[in-house]
Design a protein around this ligand. Structure first.
Ligand SMILES: Nc1nc2c(ncn2[C@@H]2O[C@H](COP(=O)(O)OP(=O)(O)OP(=O)(O)O)[C@@H](O)[C@H]2O)c(=O)[nH]1
Ligand SMILES: [Mg+2]
Length: 274
């Protein structure tokens, strides 16, 4: 597999970190990114109340700050816009809160580098018991299993963890999915995944570990319930769109433009899944 300096022709890889109040965990997260696998690192700060921006500026990474808070989804919009325009081929979304394990980045990007996937999810459920061992609260585990099952039924997929925050996306995927139309909040991630399946992109899962501790988890029961409900509502919207009853602009693929690879073409939505 490609590693920096090993081959001339290699994809350009960016790690993007959507941050809110990540000052305590940022440096450790950054330092755990494996040397040689990543060409650029971007942190977008969503108007943190702590020293996230000041600390990020001590690192050899690009920092963008929002003048006002927009939310986790809005933050990712800035992340993807910026790296796409810089010519990136593969984007890894890494939470700067230390929840995920940066040394697993090579495994996460491998299916895209090898041309067998467009979207790769770091699954905490691929290995039985791994999520709970990492400290995932029982209610989050149950909610995740339930939502992932519903999404599999709607999308015709066989995912084990549709709600991981550890993901890699290809340039073609990011140029096709109209992500700027997505939600500003945490349901952005659910929408990205459902769009990926609906547009017929190849989704792979690789097992990844996660840790739960105070600084790595801000989603309480209330925010989690809103997230779950919005995820279900988007699944319903997708079904209605597919049936031609209520179209959604989020499910209309964008025409790939400047910077797209020659293979990047707007895709036909996938046929109704069995
Ligand atoms: N822009 C933005 N980023 C956020 C917000 N909340 C959290 N983040 C960042 O997004 C990452 C994920 O936030 P978490 O609260 O851990 O959410 P999660 O990982 O999806 O959920 P749990 O860890 O299971 O609670 C963190 O690295 C935060 O820095 C927000 O409201 N706006
Ligand atoms: Mg977290």
């Amino acid at each position: 597999m490609w590693k920096r300096g090993v081959a001339e022709e290699r994809p350009r890889v960016a790690v993007v970190m959507p941050a809110l109040n990540a000052a305590r965990t940022l440096i450790d997260t950054y330092q755990a990114i494996p040397a040689g696998w990543v060409d650029e690192v971007l942190l977008v700060d969503d108007n943190s109340a702590d020293e996230t921006v000041e600390i990020a500026r001590t690192l050899p990474i690009k920092v963008i700050w929002h003048p006002h808070t927009v939310g986790y989804g809005g933050n990712q919009k800035t992340c993807y816009l910026d790296v796409l325009q810089g010519g990136v081929d593969i984007v890894v979304m890494l939470h700067p809160d230390g929840q995920y394990h940066p040394p697993q980045i090579p495994e996460l990007i491998r299916p895209i580098v090898e041309g067998s996937a467009d979207v790769v999810l770091g699954s905490r459920m691929r290995v039985a018991g791994m999520a709970r061992t990492g400290g995932m609260p029982l209610w989050k585990w149950i909610a995740n299993r339930f939502l992932t099952t519903v999404e599999n039924l709607v999308l015709g997929t066989t995912l084990t963890d549709a709600h991981t925050g550890y993901r890699a996306y290809s340039r073609e995927f990011l140029l096709t999915v109209p992500f700027l139309r997505n939600s500003l909040d945490f349901s952005f991630d659910s929408e990205m995944l459902m769009q990926a399946a609906y547009f017929g992109f190849r989704i792979h899962e690789v097992p990844t570990t996660s840790r739960y501790f105070d600084d790595a988890s801000s989603v309480g029961f209330r925010a989690g319930a809103v997230y779950g409900l919005k995820t279900l509502l988007f699944a319903v919207r997708l079904v209605l769109h597919r049936l031609g009853l209520w179209s959604s602009r989020k499910l209309v693929p964008a025409a790939a433009r400047e910077g797209a690879s020659p293979s990047s073409r707007p895709r036909e939505p996938a046929a109704a899944q069995p």
